[in-house]
Design a protein around this ligand. Structure first.
Ligand code: CA
Length: 229
C-alpha cells in the first residue's frame, strides 16, 4: 500500500466516512476510537499522516498530540475539530499540529489537505519506490515506467505499490488481496486477477513483463520469468 494514515476519531459516523473515503483513494488506513487506543497506535507503528480529533474520550487530542511531539515524532498531524475559535486554533498549532480542519468538512477538502501533508512528508523523506525502470512517487501517487507516466486507477495503483514493496518475493493471492482490498479473500472472486491483468497491460505498454504468475502460488514482481503458468 501507499501512505499509511491513522485516523483517531471517536465518532463512528465521521470515522467510517473518512476511513472508507481514504481507502477508496488507495491509502492504507487504520482507525483508533479513543485516546488510549490512539496512543497505542501512534507509538506501535510508523504513520505518514495522522488525522486527530480534538475531543476524545480518555486523553484528548491536544494532550495526545503534545505527548506524540514530546516523544520526538515529526509525523504530520491534521487536527479535526468542531472548535474554530482563533485561540483554539492557535493552541492546536502551538501543540504541534500541522493543519486544522473544522467539522463539518467536505471529504474533498480533507483529501486535499492530506495530499499536501503527504507531499510534504514525502519531500522530507524522499518517499519513492523504485524497481528497475518503474517508479512510484508515494506523495503524488504518480507512477512511471521508463520515464513515461502510467494512468492507473486507485486500486491498480495500490496493487502496483504492494508489488513494488515486495520485489522478487512470491506473493500469495490471499496476502495480496487482503492488503490491497482490506477484506477477507474468499478464494473465488477474480477481482485480483482482473486488476493484475489491467496493471500488466499498462506496464507492458512500456516494457517487458514484470508481474509473473506462479502456478498455484500467486505472483512475483520482477526477477526471472521462471515458473510462469
Ligand atoms: Ca470527538
Amino acid at each position: 500500500m501507499g501512505f499509511r494514515i491513522l485516523v483517531i476519531e471517536d465518532e463512528d459516523e465521521i470515522a467510517d466516512f473518512v476511513v472508507r473515503g481514504l481507502r477508496e483513494e488507495g491509502y492504507a488506513v487504520e482507525r483508533a476510537a479513543d485516546g488510549e487506543e490512539g496512543w497505542h497506535h501512534l507509538k506501535s507503528a510508523a504513520w505518514d499522516v495522522v488525522l486527530l480529533d480534538w475531543w476524545l474520550p480518555g486523553t484528548d487530542g491536544l494532550g495526545l498530540l503534545r505527548r506524540f511531539r514530546q516523544a520526538g515524532h515529526g509525523t504530520p498531524v491534521l487536527m479535526l475539530t468542531a472548535r474554530d475559535a482563533v485561540s483554539d486554533r492557535v493552541r492546536g498549532l502551538d501543540g504541534g499540529a500541522d493543519d486544522y480542519l473544522c467539522k463539518p468538512f467536505a471529504f474533498e477538502e480533507l483529501l486535499a489537505r492530506v495530499r499536501v501533508l503527504a507531499r510534504r512528508q514525502a519531500q522530507a523523506t524522499g518517499t519513492k519506490l523504485i524497481s528497475g525502470d518503474v517508479t512510484a512517487d508515494l506523495a503524488t501517487q504518480r507512477v512511471e515506467r521508463a520515464g513515461q507516466p502510467l494512468d492507473l486507477t486507485a486500486k491498480e495503483y495500490a496493487l502496483l505499490v504492494f508489488f513494488l514493496r515486495h520485489p522478487g518475493e512470491v506473493l500469495g493471492r490471499t496476502r495480496i488481496y487482503e492488503h490491497v482490498w482490506d477484506e477477507r479473500y474468499d478464494g473465488l472472486s477474480n477481482t485480483l486477477e482482473v486488476h493484475v491483468m489491467e496493471v500488466r497491460k499498462k506496464l507492458e505498454a512500456r516494457g517487458p513483463r514484470l508481474i509473473h504468475t506462479l502456478r498455484n502460488r500467486g505472483y512475483r514482481f520482477g526477477g526471472e520469468a521462471g515458473g510462469e503458468a
